[in-house]
Design a binder for this molecule. Structure first.
Ligand code: HEM
Length: 448
């Protein structure tokens, strides 16, 4: 074993790197990884831990020794606001919930949802036809939010959000900003009855009402469709035979609504941005779509024939991973990169940082989809690329998200080209997810 403690930023007394991280989380972690190497020591307020960027250490924490880790206390804020659901729970309870939801995400079941995804994308295309004719810029982040919300609500919950449809995206933006900004705080001010907090509470109420609406609608008119919501409603405890409580149902539906919409939407927003900046990649994508689809909408069976489309998605998830960082807390003493990690300390896994390290990626800042071709991926350690996490807590929706992104990009890039409003500043904003700080206003041009 090496010395007792790896190198890392000194930080302030008591607060450690807390203020720096609050100001610029991705920048602080990236600079630390570049300066200190595989393992960097951090103190964040009362907590201590290591930023780990070596794929072998990441594999150890997320997969091989996953039993020794739980989601870190930083998730408590998420748990407090969203409830103890699949994303935030632990142990036996988590395993039970994961087993209930898992069948809804089997490959074949997900493949069966392709039509829902292309139909929603074609509806968006119809709106875009009109927008293109008027020549007005649109907020692509809002467009994508609406589209992925429609998909997740139809595909997993088999319904729509009725009277809440138009207000739900804004509510989630308010939640994301509030929780995201609170995330690195010591919780000293979050409870103050400021206008910001009142807006946050109103957003939470709206979300809750919307979820109750979806559940009540399904109870009123049950369907034979074996979607996620039916599975959640039908689940019975092996020992007691009881179903989930209304509160637990609400928490899980909220989890899926948010986890399923937000991340995929951001992935798409970053894809449109990157394509607008890289004309050679755009041309290559359009050529693939024109050759394989010849103007018809894509279907599930087309996906294997659209490898470049998939590489564009993989590369966008590398540069702008929507779940930009997560963390674990050690339940017992461990060792990482040759340094002892005491029980209770935190391991930070930051995909945004890992995906930009020159030790793992050639020209990491360049947008180069073909780095994901089979030939060029062959020698890359699997855990160098973790946009969906890894191990038992890996994203349950990753196949769903990748298929959705591929079908949406194929449907829309076939017919439209997006142009960033000239002079608009684009900056990643690491809240809970990685949003564009100033939105993504773009012009829509028709291709055919
Ligand atoms: C590009 C899109 C997506 C990205 C980048 C993403 C990323 C992630 C990551 C990194 C985790 C693990 C977090 C951790 O280990 O702490 C996760 C977990 C999760 N994701 Fe996703 N996700 C995406 C799409 C989706 C979709 C479409 C759904 C549902 C339809 C979904 C539902 C979930 C759930 C329920 C969990 C918790 C799983 C568990 O702990 O058992 N995600 N996601």
């Amino acid at each position: 074993m090496r010395g007792m403690r790896p190198p890392g930023p000194r930080g302030l007394p008591v607060l450690g790197s807390l203020l720096d991280i609050r100001r610029d989380p991705t920048g602080v972690f990236l600079r630390a990884a570049l300066r200190y190497g595989d393992v960097a020591y951090f103190t964040v307020g009362p907590r201590q831990g290591y930023l780990i960027t070596n794929p072998a250490d990441v594999r150890h924490v997320l997969q091989d020794n996953a039993r020794n880790y739980q989601k870190s206390p930083l998730y408590q804020k998420l748990r407090l606001h969203l409830g103890n659901g699949l994303l935030t729970s632990e142990g036996e309870f988590w395993l039970r919930q994961r087993r209930i939801a898992q069948p809804a995400f089997h490959r074949q079941r997900v493949a069966g949802l392709a039509d829902v995804m292309t139909t929603a994308a074609r509806e968006a295309a119809t709106t875009w036809d009109t927008l293109a004719e008027h020549g007005r810029a649109v907020d692509v982040d809002e467009e994508m939010m609406r589209l992925t919300r429609t998909v997740v609500v139809r595909a997993l919950l088999g319904s729509d959000l009725g009277p809440y449809t138009d207000r739900i995206d804004q509510a989630w933006t308010i939640l994301n900003e509030f929780i995201g900004e609170e995330f690195w705080s010591l919780g000293l001010t979050g409870w103050l009855p400021t206008p910001r907090r009142r807006r946050f509470q109103a957003a939470r109420r709206l979300l809750r009402e919307a979820v109750d609406y979806v559940i009540a609608e399904r109870r009123r008119t049950p369907t034979d469709c074996p979607d996620l919501l039916s599975m959640l409603l039908a689940a019975r405890d092996d020992d007691t035979g009881e179903g989930m409580t209304d509160e637990q149902l609400r928490v899980e539906v909220t989890t899926f609504l948010l986890a399923g919409q937000e991340t995929t939407s951001l992935a798409l927003t970053w894809i449109w941005y990157l394509l607008s900046q890289h004309s050679a990649s755009l041309a290559r994508l359009e050529e693939e779509l024109d050759t394989v689809l010849a103007g018809r909408p894509p279907e599930y069976t087309d996906l294997v024939n659209l490898p470049y489309t998939r590489m564009v998605i993989d590369e966008a998830l590398r540069l702008y991973p929507p779940a930009w960082g997560f963390s674990r807390q050690a339940l017992g003493d461990d060792e990482l990169g040759g340094y002892p990690l005491p029980r209770g300390w935190i391991a930070f896994v930051i995909p945004f940082v890992m995906h930009r390290l020159p030790s793992l990626w050639e020209e990491p800042e360049a947008f180069d989809p073909e780095r994901f071709s089979p030939e060029r991926s062959a020698d890359r350690p699997k855990f160098a690329y973790v946009p969906f996490g890894a191990g038992p807590r890996q994203c349950i929706g990753n196949q769903f998200a990748l298929m959705e992104a591929q079908l949406i990009v194929a449907t829309l890039a076939q017919r439209f080209r997006l142009r960033l409003v000239p002079g608009h500043r684009v900056e990643p904003w690491p809240l809970i997810t990685l949003r564009p700080r100033y939105g993504m206003p773009m012009f829509i041009d028709k291709r055919m």
